[in-house]
Design a protein around this ligand. Sequence first.
Ligand SMILES: Nc1ncnc2c1ncn2[C@@H]1O[C@H](COP(=O)(O)OP(=O)(O)OP(=O)(O)O)[C@@H](O)[C@H]1O
Length: 303
Amino acid sequence: MTAVVNARGLGKRFRDFWAVRDLDLTLEPGVIYGFVGLNGAGKTTTIRMLLGMIRPTTGSVSLFGKPLGADPSVFNQVGALVEQAAAYPLLTAEENLRHAALLKGLDPSLTVPRVMEELGLVPYARVQARHLSQGNRQRLALAKAFLGDPQLLLLDEPGNGLDPQGVVELRTMLRRRANEGAAILVSSHMLDELSRVADRIGIIHQGRMVVQFSSDDLSKWVRRSLVLTTVDNGRALGELRAAGYEVTPRGERLVSTDERALSAPEHIAALLVEAGVPPRTMELQQETLEALFMRLIRQEVLV
Ligand SMILES: Nc1ncnc2c1ncn2[C@@H]1O[C@H](COP(=O)(O)OP(=O)(O)OP(=O)(O)O)[C@@H](O)[C@H]1O
C-alpha cells in the first residue's frame, strides 16, 4: 500500500537552532497516527513542513507518492488544522466554510451543510466568527479541515478548547474517517489523550523522533509493580528473596517488578502467610501514560 505521507530525514533549522532533526514519518491510509511531544518539541514545525508551509532544511516529503510541490492538486485531498484556529472574523461560521469550500474547489452547497451538522455548528451558522466561543471556533476550524472528506488530515492539537463531550465526538469523527480510509495525523502533548484515538504513536522530543510504536503495544511499555507492606518487612524480604523473587525495600513498602510476582501475586501472599509474615496491604500499581511519556523522553529510547 502506498504511504499517504512519506517523510525522510526531515530537518528544520532556524538560524543555528534545529527545531526538527532527521525525522522519518510515514502515514498510511486508515491509520490514525498520534504525534506527541512537549511544548516546543517540533510538532507544529513538522506539520508545517508536511504541508509545504515552510521549506525543510534537510530531507524530503512526498504526499500521495508525489514529491511535495510536484503536483499542487494533491492538496485538494488534504485537510489541515495548524496552530490557531484561524477564521475570517467578520464572516459568519457558514460564510467561512463556504469560502473555504470554494478555495478547495468544492461545491459549498454539497459539502458545507454536512460538516456544519457533524461539528454541531448549525445553531451558529449566522454568527460572525469573532463572536464564537473558543470551542466553537475550534469546531469551525475542524469543519474546514473535514470539508470534502480529504484522504489526508493533519491536525495540530485538534482537541484544543473542546469540552469533554467535544473531545469524545472528535474521536468518533476521526475514527469514522480512518475507517473510510483517510490517513490522519493528530498532535498533542498528552499521551493519555492520544492513546485513546491513535493506532500508532510517535514521540518527538527536542526535534527528534524518540520512539514510535503501535498503540496495542503501549501496555508492554507501561511499568507495573507489586507493592506490599507486612508487619515485618525485613523478614518478608528475606523470605521472598530466598524464593527467588526480586524485591526492593522502598520506605515502609516492599516493591517488586519481577514478572513472576506481577503475574501471580497470590503466590507471594501464600508464601508470606506460610512464613508467618502475612501481607497487610498488597497492590498492583501501574505507571500512568504521562509518567511513561516522561520516562521515554528522558531515556530517549530508540527502538
Ligand atoms: N519561525 C521560527 N523561528 C525560530 N524558531 C522557531 C520558529 N518556529 C518554531 N521555532 C522553534 O522551534 C521549536 C519547535 O517549535 P514547534 O512550534 O514546532 O513545537 P511544538 O512541538 O509544536 O510545540 P507546542 O506544543 O508548544 O505547539 C521551538 O523551540 C520554537 O521556538
